[in-house]
Design a protein around this ligand. Structure first.
Ligand SMILES: Cc1cc2nc3c(=O)[nH]c(=O)nc-3n(C[C@H](O)[C@H](O)[C@H](O)COP(=O)(O)OP(=O)(O)OC[C@H]3O[C@@H](n4cnc5c(N)ncnc54)[C@H](O)[C@@H]3O)c2cc1C
Length: 596
């Protein structure tokens, strides 16, 4: 069986590019060291291979179903979650005083990548729970830490994020679920939640829904939204799950992929009272929820990276094995056939996948490192810089990377030819599973609007400046001079294009400017991807001489050159489209789209 990921590359990114061990010099991560990091990665890899991967296809074939009102899932899901719980994964990044392992996110996310690559449908239950615990760690009261967060850190309660409603997906300001204050300070919640992953099952002692609702009389729009802990079962005086909280399952959604993760429509407060506890304060709901959403945006795109990695490894093994045809200049029909990997077009498709998967790993773990520095860097200035850069890069990682990973899965199928289109190989399943990532956690269209409409001007443009300075620093150090120059040329276009779009906003309004958001995402995304590859190649160039495995380092430099030849030019195309006004969709009259 093909590996799920390149361990060698993961190791390279963690220790040679990102110097993960240096994080343990920060007081927040005191006591952590390389041995601890290697131990957790090793344990994740084993869990992935032994408990997660074997049921990957099975969970797709046997999607959750309803029997007598209960959700029935293959037993393999709960069995894998039990193993994960026993290994302490649910508390990977939480502080030891909350029962966690206190790991840096850089390492925890690298470990989690194994599980996502092996079986995303199971990994989803854990990532939702870990993100919910993180939200409560930051915004919950000490009492909420004890009663709700601690059991999630221990993996006894599982978490969900309950934002979407049938009429409110991208537009969360239009949610209708209401919260009526009760005399004891809690709230009675009423409404319908749509698309809730992990919303109903019997695999945990309790399910903790982190639910957005509007307190009666609250202002319209996002300012009127508050956040509530809405459990499946209420807790008794000792904190044990007791009576049902009237969170009723009204149906299951049947999906293209990620079928092993149950996806639900929930009605709350209909047959009786559904009790919720407020988190943060009235009107603070979306601000608090962004803790979870930002974590989730990085996690979903790490999932996309995991799909690209696993499918690439499978396609590579297949291409090495299958003999087909001869080189164009081999004239003798009786000469031996060559493996697929010897053909130029197959090499192109494999290189795109390698560049996507390994570039995605490097960028995703770079973001995780920023999250660690945001929390734990020694000075306030370093923490602020890390926060701004992370905020700027999060929509880019979510949107640009998730689409590039989907392109990698497209190529993985193509490398296998007809075999790739069958269920005999996992590449079609990775493709289907991965198709969700540009949709959930804020569609990629919404991410592009976020990048241009908010992040490019954030803190008076300082977030963008920090990004450009980071890119310039890498270029300044890089021994690949031509690539460094090419990147510098693109950053100039980012500066000019941003200024032009801001000017357009002043003259023609936000709508005209934001119509260019997808092209702006392509410009910044291709530049970001090229930059992380230049960073990796620069390290590789320093290390290859005298290395035990020079081919590995040569492969990093070759992939970087490939990205500069094939991906970075897309940034210029995007900038040209914006300059010409061709990227703006405001010029499209919806009347032209009618078909009858
Ligand atoms: C499998 C799955 C799991 C999910 N899990 C969860 C979960 O656990 N919890 C949860 O709360 N939600 C969940 N969601 C919901 C998900 O976050 C939403 O589907 C997503 O936010 C998009 O909302 P929508 O489906 O209503 O699409 P819409 O908002 O109707 O959007 C449709 C299209 O219009 C575009 N669009 C919408 N508004 C604008 C705009 N203002 N400008 C430009 N383009 C726009 C979108 O980009 C998209 O392309 C899940 C969804 C799926 C499919």
């Amino acid at each position: 069986m093909a590996p799920l990921l390149s361990s060698r590359h993961l190791d390279f990114v963690l220790h040679e590019v990102l110097a993960a061990e240096q994080l343990s010099e920060l007081p927040h991560f005191a006591g952590q060291d390389r041995e601890v990091f290697d131990g957790i990665l090793d344990s994740a890899r084993k869990l992935a291979i032994d408990c997660f991967e074997p049921s990957y296809r099975l969970l797709d074939d046997h999607e959750p179903r309803l029997e007598n009102g209960r959700v029935v899932l293959p037993a393999e899901t709960e069995a894998a979650l039990v193993q994960l719980r026993e290994a302490g994964f649910f508390g990977a990044v939480q502080a030891p005083e909350h029962g966690g392992l206190g790991l840096p996110r850089t390492v925890a996310n690298a470990a989690f990548l194994w599980l996502q690559a092996a079986n995303v449908s199971i990994a989803n239950y854990a990532f939702l729970t870990m993100s919910a615990a993180e939200l409560l760690a930051r915004h919950g009261t000490p009492d909420q830490h004890l009663r709700w967060m601690r059991p999630m850190v221990e993996g006894r309660f599982l978490g969900t994020m309950a934002l979407s409603e049938p009429q409110a997906g991208s537009s969360l300001g239009d949610i209708r679920t209401t919260a009526r204050p009760l005399p004891d300070g809690r709230y009675a919640i009423r409404g319908t939640k749509m698309w809730i992953s992990g919303g109903e099952h019997d695999m945990a002692e309790n399910i903790v829904h982190l639910m957005l609702a509007r307190i009666e009389g609250a202002p319209a729009g996002v300012r009127g939204i508050s956040l509530f802990i809405v459990p499946r079962k209420r807790l008794d005086a000792e904190g044990r799950p007791s009576v049902w909280n009237n969170v009723a399952l009204s149906g299951l959604n049947h999906k293209l992929g990620q079928r092993g993760t149950v996806n639900t429509v929930l009605n709350v407060g209909e047959g009786g009272e559904t009790i919720g506890e407020i988190v943060g304060g009235p009107g603070q709901g979306l601000a608090c929820m962004f803790t979870m959403m930002n974590e989730a945006r990085i996690a979903v795109s790490m999932g996309a990276v995991a799909h690209a990695s696993a499918a690439y490894q499978h396609a590579l093994a297949y291409a090495r094995d299958r003999l087909q045809g001869r080189h164009p200049d081999a004239k003798d029909p009786a000469s031996p056939q060559v493996p697929l990997v010897a053909h130029a077009d197959v090499q192109r498709m494999l290189m795109q996948q390698k560049a996507a998967a390994e570039g995605g790993v490097a960028l995703g773990l770079y973001l995780a490192r920023l999250a660690d520095l945001k929390q734990a860097a020694a000075t306030a200035a370093e923490r602020e810089d890390a926060t701004l850069l992370l905020d700027f890069l999060t929509p880019v990682f979510k949107a640009w990377i998730s689409e590039e990973m989907l392109a990698a899965n497209f190529n993985a199928i193509q490398v296998l030819g007809g075999a790739g289109y069958t269920r005999d190989h996992p590449v079609e399943l990775h493709f289907r599973d991965n198709r969700l990532n540009p949709i959930h956690e804020g569609t990629n269209g919404i991410q592009a609007i976020d990048l241009l409409g908010r992040k490019a001007t954030m803190a008076g443009g300082r977030a963008l400046r920090l990004f450009l300075d980071t890119v310039a620093a890498t270029s300044g150090r890089a021994s690949l001079a031509a690539e460094a120059r090419a990147l510098a040329a693109v950053t100039k276009r980012i500066v000019a294009t941003t200024a032009n779009l801001l000017a357009l906003r002043e003259t023609d309004g936000q709508r005209a400017s934001l119509a260019h958001a997808p092209a702006y995402m392509e410009l910044v995304g291709a530049a970001t991807f090229a930059w992380i590859w230049l960073e990796q190649a620069s390290v590789a160039a320093r290390r290859r001489d005298g290395a035990a495995d020079p081919a590995f380092y040569e492969g990093q430099i070759a992939a970087c050159r490939w990205v500069f030849a094939h991906v970075l030019p897309r940034a210029h195309v995007a900038a040209d489209r914006i300059a010409l006004g061709a990227a703006a969709m405001t010029e499209i009259d919806p009347a032209w789209l009618t078909s009858d």
